[in-house]
Design a protein around this ligand. Sequence first.
Ligand code: AMP
Ligand code: MG
Length: 418
Amino acid sequence: MTIDTCLAKDLITVEQAREALLQAIAPLQETQLLPLEQCCGRILAERATAQVDLPPCDNSAMDGYALCGQAAHYALVGRSLAGHPFAGRLGNGECVRITTGAALPPGADRVVMQEHSDLHGDTLTPRQDTPAGQHIRRRGEDVRCGDSLVAPGRPVTVPDIALLAAAGVRELVVMRPVRAALLSVGDELRPLDTPPADLSHGEIYDSNRIALATALRELGIETVDIGCLPDNPGSIREGLEKARDSADIVITSGGVSVGEADYTRAVLEDLGQLDLWRLAIKPGKPFAFGRLPKAGRETLFFGLPGNPVSALVTLYQLVIPALEKLRGIVDGERTPPFQGRARLLNPIRKAPGRTDYQRGYTYRDTDGLQVVESSGLQGSHILSGFSRANCFIVLARESGDRDTGDWVTIEPFRAPLG
Ligand code: AMP
Ligand code: MG
């Protein structure tokens, strides 16, 4: 086994880094009132209360007949359709035709399904026993008027929207969105609208900025594009100041490593402070975190490595958990991504020293066994394998090579990666 080339003992573990980020971050306080249709994915800031009972009245769970009392035969006296309740009251031995969701007439105490009864003229004969209360949905059994519906501090989901709409809630108080300023650093980077023929030798497209912006927008975060800066301390300083003043957080990629042209950290330390740098994570070791003070508040700084796989892995594993707290998601709701076990279909190289987030493809084989295969080359510049992958293969810091047939931990991608 080869020991990882970096001095592993100097590196901060992923867990320590996540904890430190959460400690350093205070949730945003500002809220806004939004119409319900704009609230999905937003963090609820205040309780919403039901305006009506759900169901609003006792009603039928089936298409059939609403009956009064226990009898062998019932006299059909009318009908109650959804939206058109029966006007009268049922006496013993009487019934009405009823549709699903239609109001139960006063006096009715049970429902028999259409399929379980015979109608001859105006006489209904149930073919089965019909106990009292059968197929009746009770008023308020789901929600009572005045009930508090969704707990604040978590993203509003589609089922929440359904519940709130059903309960007559038309608008919600939600947290204002986080604003993130994005910038790339590197002399070799060119914007995406550069024709391929115009790229000089060694120049590459700036793919990180668009990938990061897309991921963040997927999470409902507003992005401010500061652009692509050259490896030059003056430009980086200007860019960081602009980013600091226009957003709650700044996310940079590139220029945080130890190369000759890596100035981002030095500029950050000049304008603010560096809290964290160099993690025991692969890919993503040069990840940096710090703060840029400004009037009233500070802007958080996340410096992602330039390598495109490293940038997205550190976004997913570190920045997004931190952003969840900043967005206003409360402790119990900030759940880590689901992890499971899968059997390896190929051997994996792994040097002890850092936690690896290798890219894999997991599926259930024909025997129903969860298996995973490496999605190809694992270099931090290999985007094709990342694009083919649907999970991380998470390999503990001290573990070494793994063999075909070994059980490994997988972490299926969820938004914004998959
Ligand atoms: P750095 O972190 O600046 O040392 O960059 C590491 C690697 O990532 C180099 O190969 C860079 O060319 C590449 N890189 C840096 N920034 C970007 C970017 N915005 N998009 C794509 N690749 C990048
Ligand atoms: Mg660079």
